[in-house]
Design a protein around this ligand. Sequence first.
Ligand SMILES: Cc1ncc(COP(=O)(O)O)c(C=O)c1O
Length: 390
Amino acid sequence: MITSVLPTYNRAPLTFVKGEGAWLIEADGRRFLDLGAGIAVNALGHAHPALTAALTEQAGALWHTSNLYHIPQQQALADKLVDATFADTVFFTNSGTEACELAVKMARKYWYDKAHPEKVDIITFSGSFHGRSSAGIAAAGSEKMTKGFGPLLPGFTHLTFGDHDAIASAITDETAAILIEPVQGEGGIIPVPDQCLKGLRDLCDEKGILLILDEVQCGVGRTGKLFAHEWAGIEPDIMMVAKGIGGGFPLGAVLATEEAASGMTAGTHGSTYGGNPLGCAVACAVLDIVSDPAFLDDVNRKAGLLRQKLEGLIAAHPDVFEKVRGSGLMMGIKCKAACGDVVSAGYAHNVITVPAADNTIRLLPPLNITDEEIGEAITRLDAAAQAVAA
Ligand SMILES: Cc1ncc(COP(=O)(O)O)c(C=O)c1O
């Protein structure tokens, strides 16, 4: 008999009932060190006092009005994002997937309004992940995500990353945009080198097409810059954001330049909940903390510490681990043992990691994890690796 919750997830045998900073407490009282942060969502850990205060204060005042009216918290959040980034304008969604939907629509509408309705094609890359909607799965294109869900949304060209010339020659008169994650998350924590992102920006400029960055997983301080593309010194035309921006409250956003957003006039897009007062009040609190340069400096310092300790861990367990890769506090360990076994051994030693493609485990801890907790994480991962090796 089918379960009352649609059985689309392979859930671990864990039920968390409380969270405190980087810790999750299981129903049976066990305390787990959370290096997954809800898949890069709880950017400031669990029950952060500033976020709890923002949410409860807003909850006592007003939950929802719809986008038929002005929403001060949404306006404040849009202003903060515009001040802090390349963007001139922001649309709020409930999730990363919906941000992908709008990014695709925005790019196509841009060209339609420029009298180029033939420019609908979007170039994407193998191993990418952009969500589970029709546009999201068509953008990623992998069999794993698309099989059985046809007919797929047309207009996506899938390339293997790394061959700049192949990308250049794949751009046709029908190409509207290139869409890429600066650091692939689900694909196994695979950073795009800075010079490649620069190359893509140059290519888009040269061919006159739009560059869309998916920073749903790698954005909001995760790599040690507010947004990952800043490391490469480039700016996109359109950017998808979600996960960390809401610190655990479901919220996404599409940020864009005035030019790229020019087709999105009144009536062309909408969302009942997107940008609602609760989510935006929390996100303002998240952004105030995460965009502080001193906070980001500390993320970078801790990223260095974590990476150094991970190198030692990998050297100590050459049969279990192969190598570490990533950026900031978005780390992946490519495993030699089955990554699912490593994640399960972590559960047995009260540490949470997240599996990804390419036999990789992801470490996406809260950005405010402490040095002591990083040390504790290594101790627990070491015990997990010993168990896997045994
Ligand atoms: C890079 C990227 N884009 C889009 C999405 C989809 O976001 P959501 O699950 O919030 O719809 C994800 C989710 O993992 C993601 O990692």
